[in-house]
Design a protein around this ligand. Structure first.
Ligand SMILES: NC(=O)c1ccc[n+]([C@@H]2O[C@H](COP(=O)([O-])OP(=O)(O)OC[C@H]3O[C@@H](n4cnc5c(N)ncnc54)[C@H](O)[C@@H]3O)[C@@H](O)[C@H]2O)c1
Length: 370
């Protein structure tokens, strides 16, 4: 076991949570540099987190060149991905941790994946909500055979797919034991969210068959069913796993349910802390403990590894391509020589009365749908 040096860029909402998770693992990580274009904010964060003497930078290239970290963590918007990872590879980092969505297009995601492979970089994409207790308990029930054999998986997220869908496709693959998708089909409509910093159609409905024969269904956007009271807003979401002997579900808002052999065939429901409390509940801490384990031991591959994140991205991209071309899309997508789907959707999707919902403004989902 060794202590890895870490440089971190982007000290906004998520960057601070990453920093906290790293500092909670002092036996594995030591912060050697921070970077943000907002210098005042960066100084305040360094003070708040008790590391006022760490070197501060407003340019990530300068930080990487100067401190030469083993690990580079960055939490910025989706327009800052490929060029940042290219710089990290140039300066010889061994590990990268970054935020979802992993890219703005499958072409860009593939370049990132190839860079990581070529430079032997272990990379994780932050689909960390699988560390929430309700998600972990759902997985445990599945692994203990409480629902028998998995037959079907259903995802519903009120937020559009670049907000929550990338998380949830990753959780489908995780809940189902890592089997990849063989084919996907999809429908998309609504151009409003294509103009967001996280562009996606207002609604996506897709299906896939996984290698173990399980079918999974994904609904992302304003038409997905809302399960909870309006105060839970448009981040309302649910992952339901059906089996031969029952079903289980979990939501990042904390809600969960189980109707299994162990519950005597009755639906038992509960509420754990949700992701909105992510500042308080320490899910980023085990996330980084597991990252350190992978860095130290090749066999301990992280559940948020970049290969799985790429496959999740490919699944959603395939659903968009299926919708635009009216075809079934077989995976993997090997020919990437096509116009990026976001650009194509901007041109081709007609207005249709769909509504944009900003999940971070906390507007009630039900209200939005009235
Ligand atoms: N995993 C999750 O649960 C989760 C939740 C929310 C958001 N996210 C993702 O996290 C990412 C960041 O979101 P956020 O809410 O933290 O954003 P934010 O705006 O709060 O923070 C971004 C930070 O990056 C800094 N920055 C921007 N350009 C920079 C540059 N060139 N060099 C250095 N610093 C720069 C900004 O000044 C800001 O401090 C997004 O991709 C978002 O989708 C993930």
């Amino acid at each position: 076991m060794s202590i890895h040096t870490v440089a971190l860029m982007g000290l906004g909402v998520r960057g601070k949570i990453h920093l906290h998770g790293l500092l909670e693992n002092p036996e594995h990580f030591r912060i050697v540099g921070l970077c943000d274009v907002d210098e005042l904010k960066m100084r305040a964060v360094a003070e708040e987190y008790g590391i006022p003497n760490v070197p501060l930078f407003t340019d990530f290239q300068t930080m990487l060149k100067t401190v030469r970290p083993e690990i580079f963590v960055f939490a910025t918007y989706p327009d800052l991905r490929l060029n940042v990872i290219q710089a990290a590879a140039k300066y010889g980092v061994k590990g990268i941790s970054f935020e979802k969505p992993m890219a703005r297009s499958l072409q860009e995601a593939k370049q990132i994946l190839d860079l990581c492979h070529e430079h032997h970089i272990k990379a994780v994409v932050c689909h960390q909500q699988k560390y929430l207790s309700q998600m972990q308990n759902m997985k445990r029930r599945i692994e203990q055979g409480e629902i028998g054999n998995i037959t079907k998986i259903h995802v519903e997220t009120q937020a559009w797919f670049t907000q929550l869908g990338t998380h949830y496709v990753d959780y489908i693959l995780w809940a189902n034991g890592g089997y990849r998708a063989k084919w996907v089909c999809g429908h998309v409509h609504g151009p409003i969210c294509l103009e967001d910093s996280h562009p996606a159609p207002d609604y996506l409905l897709g299906t896939m068959e996984l290698e173990n024969g399980v079918h999974a269904y994904v609904e992302c956007g304003y038409l997905a069913e809302a399960h909870n009271p309006p105060e839970y807003g448009s981040s309302d979401n649910r992952l339901t796993v059906y089996g031969t002997d029952g079903y289980v579900y979990a939501e990042t808002d904390g809600f969960w349910g189980a109707c299994t052999k162990a519950t005597g065939g009755r639906l038992v429901k509960g509420k754990d802390p949700g992701w909105r409390n992510h500042q308080q509940i320490p899910i980023q801490t085990p996330y980084y403990t597991d990252f350190a384990a992978w860095l130290d031991d090749d066999s301990k591959v992280h559940s948020c590894n970049v290969d799985m994140a790429y496959h999740g991205f490919e699944i959603l991209e395939g659903m968009c391509l299926s919708a635009l071309d009216n075809v079934r899309v077989d995976l993997p997508i090997t020919d990437l020589n096509y116009e990026p789907v976001v650009e194509r959707m901007k041109r081709e999707l007609p207005p249709c009365g769909s509504r944009k919902m900003d999940i971070y403004l906390g507007k009630g989902a039900h209200k939005e749908r009235d």
